[in-house]
Design a protein. Structure first.
Lengths: 182, 137
């Protein structure tokens, strides 16, 4: 059987029944998305690896806690976000307040050295990394993961109207940062 | 007109979350407002570009950790074991078992027919010797 076509829901059932191969398929399917999210939130490969690893360990050990109706992707990113916060707390990479601070949308202190970069993608990634975590996580979940406003609100423990506002502010900030290169 | 309100709607429009009834008013505003039109174009350009961003690849060390956990290993080893036993191997294996059984049977018969008396005799001798030595002690 070609496991790449088996939907997540079915693989979750198999993993719940102790079939580790199903966990392996789910890991392979989601590992880069989860790792990228952690990396873009933490800006530190080793810390991102810690957070992503913990996320998948929890997927295996706490698979029974995934309720019906919750997509694995949404569950994984909730866990990943939590792990990112744990790593931040443990390693003190960035101050915790930055996750809740909604007064400043992006970090003006680190200059965007776009002039050295030629690729638009690199410029864009650099600009996204400069968004404050509260905006960055909402923006990444929407733009790279395609989450609905509802899913972002659930994952980041906030309201739909707060998500709308964060996405607008993140986009306005990115427009401002990237304006000279558009 | 509140330009920020319009730009918030542009953000929702990018996410396909702007109700249809608001879209007409939005586009009417865009046709008249240079500022919001510029916001729309910039936002759309970035929105399209970000879709092209590739994921970062997980470090090999992470993949290895999950192999060590046995997820991949257990599954693949099991699969290999069941799939790689080819028909010739199976025939040789069964043949070997049959040959072994026959050999044991034949050896057993020979022992019974030709060696049993001699063997029993020797056992008896050693038993007698043990008894003797025991008695002496
Ligand atoms: Zn306007």
């Amino acid at each position: 059987m070609n496991t790449t076509t088996v939907p997540d829901e079915e693989l979750i059932v198999q993993l719940k029944n102790g079939e580790l191969n199903a966990g392996s398929v789910l890991y392979i399917r989601h590992k880069n998305a989860v790792y990228s999210f952690c990396l873009r939130m933490l800006k530190d490969p080793a810390a991102a690896q810690d957070a992503a690893q913990e996320t998948f360990l929890k997927m295996i050990t706490k698979i029974q806690s995934i309720e019906r109706g919750v997509t694995l992707k949404s569950w994984l990113f909730s866990v990943a976000r939590n792990e990112v916060l744990m790593v931040v707390r443990r390693k003190k990479i960035i101050s915790m307040e930055q996750f809740d601070d909604e007064t400043v949308v992006f970090d003006h202190s680190t200059p965007l050295s776009i002039t050295l970069q030629t690729e638009m993608k690199e410029k864009l990634l650099t600009a996204i990394m400069q968004l404050k975590p509260a905006y960055r996580e909402a923006y990444l979940l929407r733009e790279t993961e395609g989450f609905t406003y509802e899913e972002i609100a659930t994952t980041t423990l906030t309201t739909v109207s707060a998500v709308k506002s964060k996405l607008f502010k993140a986009r306005a900030a990115l427009n401002e940062m990237l304006k000279p290169y558009l | 007109m509140d330009h920020q309100k319009i730009q918030e709607q542009i953000s929702q429009f990018m996410d396909n979350e702007l109700p249809k009834e608001l879209q007409q008013a939005l586009f009417r505003h865009l046709s008249e407002c240079e500022l919001c039109r510029e916001f729309f174009i910039d936002t759309k350009t970035i929105h399209d570009a970000v879709k092209e961003l590739a994921y970062d690849t997980v470090p090999h060390a992470m993949d290895r950790k999950f192999e060590v956990l046995g997820m991949k290993e257990t599954a693949s080893q099991f699969r290999n074991r069941t799939l790689t036993i080819s028909i010739p191997t199976a025939v040789y294996s069964i043949g070997a078992v049959i040959m072994m059984t026959l050999f044991m049977y034949v050896v057993g018969n020979i022992q019974e027919k030709y060696l049993s008396d001699q063997f029993l005799q020797s056992v008896n001798i050693s038993r007698q010797q043990q008894t003797i030595s025991f008695d002496v002690n």
